[in-house]
Design a protein around this ligand. Structure first.
Ligand code: A3P
Length: 286
């Protein structure tokens, strides 16, 4: 829904403070994906920063210098944000990119390219709680009231980037393409090393055991929370309190149990079952 803080593009809400219709339309219609692009795609709060840090560390063979000295937006620009798009268009290939775009707004050129997409998805109840907590700390986004009120809005998809269900269902339609790889936040939590090995295989990247150890160590929650290039503290005008780390909050699975009541969870599950009934897949939270 359009509001004072959001505009809609093809029915999907975007916060005016961070996006313009021109940039979203450019990404949708004109952005050229290149064969050697690697792009992390997520619904917000599903583990984007975690995947981007991991991919940057893999690219540099486990050496943390790049992630410790270069802001996340410069090493892996969000293509639909105005600063990110400018950086992406000047980025010397091979590019490492990021986006939250739903599949129907993803660059059309992807379909003819060999660009590699890594899609991360997460338990939607944890996504909702994490998103609620984050939006409270952000400037220039809609105030959604209590968590109970926010859950209603979330289940209807009246949040930035639209419905979690549509996002996941849209991207999962691409799951059999050779240049598409998906992984869950829960798998990353359970066995990051095993996930790094799988991601390396998908990327055709060979790392030694020691290099993989370094990727895993430097992509840990604490290392990332301490990394000023990644933790959001240098994002201008994004948060009400710039000094606090809001991007990395708790970094655990099933934190929703500490916030969502059993009655709200029942309602959530009911919508989940209805919306996901045509998805022939099982996820760690099912
Ligand atoms: P919580 O709010 O539940 O803590 P995104 O990057 O897509 O915005 O996702 C943010 C979520 O990923 C936050 O979840 C954040 O704490 C979590 N996260 C980021 N880095 C992580 C890491 N290294 N390990 C575990 N969780 C991480």
């Amino acid at each position: 829904m359009a509001s004072a803080t959001n505009f809609t593009y093809k029915g999907i809400p975007f916060p005016r403070a961070y996006y313009t219709e021109e940039d979203i339309s450019y990404v949708d219609n004109e952005f050229q994906m290149l064969d050697d692009d690697v792009i992390a795609v997520t619904y917000p709060r599903s583990g984007t920063h975690w995947m981007l840090e991991t991919l940057a560390l893999i690219r540099r063979d486990g050496d943390p210098t790049w992630v410790l000295t270069t802001p996340l937006m410069e090493r892996s620009p969000w293509i639909e944000s105005s600063p990110g798009l400018k950086i992406a268009l000047k980025y010397p290939p091979p590019r490492l990119l990021a986006t939250h775009m739903p599949s129907q707004l993803f660059p059309k050129s992807f379909l003819q390219s060999k660009a590699k997409v890594i899609y991360v998805l997460r338990n939607p109840k944890d996504v909702a709680v994490s998103l609620y907590q984050l939006t409270k700390t952000m400037k220039a986004v809609d105030n959604h009231g209590t968590l109970e009120e926010f859950l209603e809005v979330f289940l209807k998809g009246n949040v930035a980037y639209g419905s979690w269900f549509d996002h996941v269902k849209g991207w999962m339609k691409l799951k059999d393409r050779p240049n598409f790889f998906f992984i869950t936040y829960e798998e990353l939590k359970q066995d990051l090393r095993g996930c790094v090995e799988r991601i390396c295989r998908f990327l055709g990247k060979e790392l030694t055991g020691q290099q993989i150890d370094s990727v895993v160590e430097n992509a840990s929650f604490q290392k990332m929370k301490d990394n000023k290039m990644t933790n959001g503290t240098q994002l201008p005008d994004f948060f009400k309190d710039k000094k606090e780390v809001h991007m990395l909050r708790k970094g655990i699975c099933e934190d929703w149990k500490n916030h969502i009541t059993s009655k709200e969870a029942e309602k959530f599950d009911c919508v989940y079952r209805e919306k996901m009934q045509d998805v022939n897949m099982t996820f760690p939270w099912d």
